[in-house]
Write a protein that binds this ligand. Structure first.
Ligand SMILES: Cc1ncc(COP(=O)(O)O)c(C=O)c1O
Length: 404
């Protein structure tokens, strides 16, 4: 039999998609499930953005584009990313891709060598693609724990301790998936101070949730002195404009832009031209739909956090950004006799009709931080109320009497 490569064998996945397939299967078989498992806005793409796509198709703008993207979108993305970060970015530093996700692989492949022992540091819990792409690209994944006691920021001293001469890339993600945590200016300054001592390290700033920040201004590490040239800023249209399926993401870094462009020529050729024109309209057009979505997410955050804190054995801090809640469920697991968060997740799905993800879908559990599950609150208020009520009922029903 022909065999598979080590690369193919080591490729991980994003369990949200696996659980989603299971949930869809249950729904098709007639089960009533409230789902909090997929990280995408439940709003429609703004009407003017839809119109721009239709106009592009009708106007014959549906062929290949340059691999780095159409000039109009590179300029719009440069201006938008620069404005949000208080820095200046020129359009030729920007590369457009089919979502922000492919740039994770391109960045790792561009700054590490296969099998050479090059290390990549990334947050744990974190977006599972970071580790998966490290392994597939023959780099050494180094997880940096995010701690509940620090509101899911990491300790700069722990970062300093993880760095070796072989560290090539540090992946930051704020606001964060899955915890909803943000990095404060003080956190970022502390990280920059550590990096100042290690000039060989690139930073991948995954800022796909940059427009979904609730209690403070968004800040980027790229805005700190000396950081922009070594930082790959990654952002996109998916989360800000409810455009996940349109597949438009963009990065900015002067040195790596030509390299990313070559990757794109080697893979997808270019992002969909139709989606690119839609994204131009999203970025350059009125921002009220995006701002309205942000306000709705903020109201939902407050609702879900309040309700989750009323569930026996749940403890949930208010996340500063994105649309995820990450309650500590250690006590709830003990109450119902579940061995861990994954058993709780399965029981919630099959016995309460509520779909969530467990912490182990985002890397190994952080020692001493207990059990967590992830809710995506990109769901209607009525679904949040019904879903959390189901969970509370289930925990009450399933609670075992205390041992005598
Ligand atoms: C942290 C993080 N980075 C990147 C992405 C990818 O976004 P896109 O749809 O632009 O590929 C996601 C999507 O869930 C995410 O949560």
């Amino acid at each position: 039999m022909p065999t598979l490569s080590r690369r193919a064998e080591s490729l991980g996945t994003e369990n949200a998609f696996v659980v989603l397939a299971e949930v869809n299967q249950l729904i098709r078989s007639g089960k009533d499930i409230v789902s909090f498992c997929i990280g995408q806005p439940d709003f429609a793409t703004p009407a003017h953005v839809q119109d721009a796509a239709v106009e592009a198709v009708r106007g014959g703008k549906h062929g290949y584009t340059p691999s780095a993207g159409i000039d109009e979108l590179r300029a719009a993305a440069a201006a938008s990313m620069a404005r949000a970060r208080g820095i200046s970015i020129s359009p030729d530093e920007v590369v457009v891709g089919a979502g922000a996700k492919p740039f994770i692989a391109y960045a790792i492949a561009s700054v590490t060598d296969y099998g050479a022992g090059d290390e990549v540091i990334f947050p744990v819990p974190g977006f599972p693609i970071y580790e998966s792409q490290c392994r597939a690209n023959g780099a050494v994944p180094v997880g940096l724990p995010l701690r509940e006691a620090r509101e899911f920021a990491f300790d700069p001293d722990e970062l300093a301790a993880c760095i070796t001469p072989r560290t090539k890339l540090l992946i930051l993600n704020a606001p964060q998936n899955p915890t909803g945590g943000v990095l404060s200016s003080a956190d970022l300054r502390a990280i920059a101070a550590v990096l100042e001592r290690h000039r060989q390290i690139w930073v991948y700033a995954d800022e796909i949730y940059s427009r979904l920040v609730y209690d403070a201004e968004f800040v980027s590490i790229a805005a700190l002195p000396g950081m922009q040239e070594r930082t790959i800023i990654s952002d996109g249209a998916s989360k800000t404009y409810a455009m996940t399926g349109w597949r438009i993401g963009f990065t900015a870094n002067r040195q790596l832009a030509p390299v990313f462009t070559r990757w794109i020529t080697n893979t997808e050729s270019c992002a969909s031209q139709i989606s690119q024109w839609a994204a131009v309209a999203a970025l350059n057009g009125p921002q009220d739909a995006a701002e309205n979505m942000r306000r709705r997410f903020l109201a939902r955050r407050d609702l879900i956090v309040r309700l989750l804190n009323q569930v026996p054995g749940f403890r949930c801090a208010a996340p500063g950004g994105a649309f995820y809640a990450w309650p500590n469920v250690t006590e709830a697991c003990a109450l119902i006799g579940a061995s861990d968060s994954e058993e709780l997740r399965k029981r919630l799905l099959h016995e309460a009709g509520v779909a969530v993800l467990a912490d182990i879908h985002f890397g190994p559990r952080v020692a001493g931080d207990g059990q967590h599950i992830r809710f995506s609150y990109a769901a209607a208020e009525s679904a949040i109320e019904a879903g959390v009520e189901r969970i509370a009922d289930f925990v009450r029903r399933a609670t075992r009497p205390p041992r005598k």
